[in-house]
Design a protein. Structure first.
Length: 259
């Protein structure tokens, strides 16, 4: 994402230093941890995700993996530690990266030991983001989390999370009376890039006309405002504004369909 924001080319295959990855994810660097990393990549390569997107009266099913394959370079010797991993991202993940549909996670995310706490943090990052706060019903949060625990058990976990209030980036407040959760932004998430002025350029009328065909049914001026707001939020100054706007319209329509 940093390379894209700098206008550099990115590859679907990513090379990661094994030791740096273990440290970043709050793991040890013993031989056992390197073996665990290798086994984790094996599991990840075999993981499939199925989802559906509803557009009007149609339902589109998707089945995809997160990575296509992973290659590892191991140091020869007694410890046999991994030096680096080459990971080829799936088309689905790489398209999400190219369309800037990626959220930055706090490094403290990897200190959360309970899976439900990690999932709640992910939802807070997605729906609250850089906004001041987000309020949501517990049953709605339970549904979005995909948790297999029943609502009563999930509510107890949320209450404990609010009491400890140790979620990175967001304070958690739980109201027993209204059965609602409120996330308040701590303003601790650093910006990926130094602050930049929103792009103030103009799009050619021909670009707006072409964009209508990429998001049929939508008010193109509304989409332009959404695009400019998105550029400002992401601190992006587009090198090719027309191309960038067309891609934004494609992504918008793919997610939402016709209004």
């Amino acid at each position: 994402m940093a390379k894209l924001n700098r206008g550099e080319k990115v590859s679907q295959t990513v090379r990661i230093n094994s030791r740096e990855l273990l440290i970043f994810t709050n793991r040890g660097t013993s031989g056992r941890e390197y073996l665990s990393l290798q086994e984790g990549l094996d599991r990840l390569a075999g993981t499939r995700i199925r989802t559906d997107i509803r557009t009007g009266d149609e339902v589109q099913y998707e089945n995809f993996g997160l990575i296509e394959n992973a290659g590892m370079r191991r140091k020869e010797g007694v410890d046999g530690r991994l030096i680096y991993c080459d990971i080829k991202l799936s088309d689905w993940v790489f398209n999400a990266i190219r369309h800037n549909e990626v959220l930055t996670l706090s490094r403290d995310y990897f200190r959360l030991r309970k899976p439900i706490e990690r999932r709640i943090y992910e939802l807070a990052r997605k729906h609250c983001g850089s906004q001041g706060e987000l309020e949501i019903r517990v049953d709605t949060l339970h549904h979005k989390s995909g948790s297999k625990s029943d609502l009563k058990e999930f509510r107890r976990a949320v209450r404990e999370l609010a009491q400890g209030n140790h979620l990175p980036d967001y304070e958690v407040h739980f109201d027993d009376v209204t059965d609602r959760v409120r996330f308040v932004n701590r303003r601790t998430m650093p910006s990926a890039l130094p602050s930049a002025e929103p792009w103030q350029g103009r799009l050619d009328p021909d670009v707006l006309h072409e964009a209508r065909g990429h998001a049929p049914g939508w008010d193109i001026h509304h989409l332009e405002r959404e695009w400019r707001s998105w550029l400002g939020e992401k601190n992006i100054t587009p090198r090719h504004p027309a191309r960038n706007f067309i891609k934004f319209c494609d992504s918008w329509f793919a997610k939402r369909g016709r209004p």
